[in-house]
Design a protein around this ligand. Structure first.
Ligand code: PMP
Length: 397
C-alpha cells in the first residue's frame, strides 16, 4: 500500500526549529519562528485569556457539539473586529462568518468553497508570501501564480508592477492579499496605495481574499482593519480569513474565522448553507474551548479592554525591538542603512541578509533566521538583542 509513497520535503521553518533545539550553544537565539515571545522569551498567556478560562472552568460547562459554523458570539465578535461596530453590511445581512481552525482552517474552507464556485479560476499570491498560501490553494485544486510585491533593492513595495499585474489578470482571478503586517516581508502598501489596489481589483472583477493574521500588531485593532473596510466600502463580494493565534497568543487552540461578504441577505443564506457543507465534510464542527474563551473576551467589556491593552503592549514591544535593533547595529559600526526595519510592520522583518549571511549567523553565532533573511522581531528581547546585533555586525563586516 505505501511502497510508492515518497518522502515529502521537510517544512523549512520546522526543520530550522529542530536544528535550533539540537544546538547546545547556550547563547543561541531563534529568530526563525513565527510566534510572539515576551521579553522573558516566553509565549505569553494573556491575562484576559486567563480570566476567561478561569470563568469557563468555574462554570463547569458541558461540551456538546457546536453549530457547524461555530459560536454565534465568536462569529459576531470576529465581524465587529473586521468591520466595526455599526457596519451597514452586517445590518443588511450581507456578512456571514464561520468559526474556523485558525487562520489556516479559514483559508482552507474558503479555498474548498471557492473551488466549488469558481473551478476554473487561478489564485494569485504575493511574491513572496506566507509559504502555506501556495500549498493550501494548490491542495484545494487551484493553479497558483504570484504577483510582484517586494522590491529587494528598496526594501519596499514594487507597487507599479503589482498594480500592473492586477490589471492584466483575467476576471475572477482570486487574489490573496495580506490585509496588514505582511508575512514574511513586514512591508505593507500605504492606505493610498491600498485604495488604488482596491479600485483595480473591483474594476477588473477580481475576487479578493483578504488574509488578516496580525490584526492589532501593526498600528492598532481599528487601524489594521482599514484595508478590510476599504474593500467593504467599495461594495465588493469577498473572502476574509482571520487568525487570532497571535493576537490572543492562543496558537494551539486553533482560533480563526472565515468571513464572507455577499450581495444580499438572501444570497448569504444560500452561501452559508454551502459553506456549512464544506465544513461538515471536513471536521463537522469546530472545537469549544479556544472559541469560547475568545468569544468571552470579545463580548465582555472589561476583558475586551484588558485584551486591547495587552495587545498594545505586544505591539509596542515589537516596535521597541525594531528601534533598538537599528540603533544597536549603528552602534556596532554597521555601515548599511537599516532604517527600513522601522517602516516594516508586524512580527517579521525581511532583514536584507543574504542566505550566505544567514548560514554564517547560524553556524558561527548560533543565531537562527530563515534563509530568505526573514527574522521574527518578536523573538528579540532585552537579553538577546545585543548579541544579535553584534552577530549581524560580524557577518556584515
Ligand atoms: N496567514 C498568514 C499570513 C500567517 O502568517 C499565518 C500564520 N503564521 C496564518 C495565516 C495562519 O494562522 P493560524 O496559525 O491561525 O492558522
Amino acid at each position: 500500500l505505501f511502497e510508492s509513497v515518497e518522502l515529502a520535503p521537510r517544512d523549512p521553518i520546522l526543520g530550522l526549529n529542530e536544528q535550533y533545539n539540537a544546538d547546545t550553544r547556550p547563547g543561541k537565539v531563534n529568530l526563525g519562528v513565527g510566534v510572539y515571545y515576551d521579553d522573558e522569551g516566553r509565549i505569553p498567556l494573556l491575562q484576559a485569556v486567563r480570566k476567561a478560562e478561569e470563568a469557563r472552568v468555574e462554570a463547569h460547562a458541558a461540551r456538546g457539539y457546536l453549530p457547524i459554523e461555530g459560536i454565534p458570539g465568536y462569529n459576531k465578535g470576529a465581524q465587529t473586529l473586521l468591520l466595526g461596530e455599526n457596519s451597514p453590511l452586517v445590518a443588511a445581512g450581507r456578512v456571514l462568518t464561520a468559526q474556523a481552525l485558525g487562520g489556516t482552517g479559514a483559508l482552507k474552507i474558503g479555498a474548498d468553497f471557492l473551488k466549488q464556485i469558481l473551478p476554473g479560476s487561478k489564485v494569485a499570491i504575493s511574491n513572496p508570501s506566507w509559504e502555506n498560501h501556495r500549498a493550501l490553494f494548490e491542495r484545494a485544486g487551484f493553479t497558483v501564480e504570484t504577483y510582484p510585491y517586494y522590491d529587494a533593492a528598496t526594501h519596499g513595495l514594487n507597487f507599479d508592477a503589482m498594480l500592473a499585474a492586477f490589471k492584466a489578470m483575467p476576471e475572477e482571478t482570486i487574489v490573496v492579499l495580506h490585509a496588514c503586517c505582511h508575512n514574511p516581508t513586514g512591508v505593507d502598501p500605504s492606505l493610498e496605495q491600498w485604495a488604488r489596489i482596491a479600485d483595480v481589483i473591483k474594476a477588473r472583477n477580481l475576487v479578493p481574499f483578504l488574509d488578516i493574521a496580525y490584526q492589532g500588531f501593526g498600528e492598532g485593532l481599528e487601524q489594521d482593519a482599514a484595508v478590510v473596510r476599504m474593500f467593504a466600502e467599495r461594495d465588493m463580494t469577498m473572502f476574509i480569513s482571520s487568525s487570532f493565534s497571535k493576537s490572543f497568543s492562543l496558537y494551539g487552540e486553533r482560533v480563526g474565522a472565515l468571513t464572507l461578504i455577499t450581495s444580499s441577505k438572501e444570497e448569504s443564506g444560500r452561501v452559508l448553507s454551502q459553506l456549512k457543507r464544506v465544513i461538515r465534510t471536513n471536521y463537522s464542527n469546530p472545537p469549544t474551548h479556544g472559541g469560547t474563551v475568545v468569544s468571552m473576551v470579545l463580548n465582555t467589556p472589561e476583558l475586551f479592554a484588558l485584551w486591547v491593552d495587552e495587545l498594545a503592549a505586544m505591539r509596542e514591544r515589537i516596535r521597541s525591538m525594531r528601534a533598538q535593533l537599528v540603533e544597536k547595529l549603528k552602534a556596532q559600526g554597521v555601515k548599511q542603512n537599516f532604517d527600513f526595519v522601522l517602516q516594516q510592520r508586524g512580527m517579521f522583518s525581511y532583514s536584507g541578509l543574504t542566505s550566505d549571511q544567514v548560514d554564517r549567523l547560524r553556524d558561527e553565532h548560533g543565531v537562527y533566521a530563515v534563509a530568505s533573511g526573514r527574522i521574527c522581531v518578536a523573538a528579540l528581547n532585552s537579553r538577546n538583542i545585543d548579541y544579535v546585533a553584534q552577530s549581524i555586525a560580524k557577518v556584515l563586516a
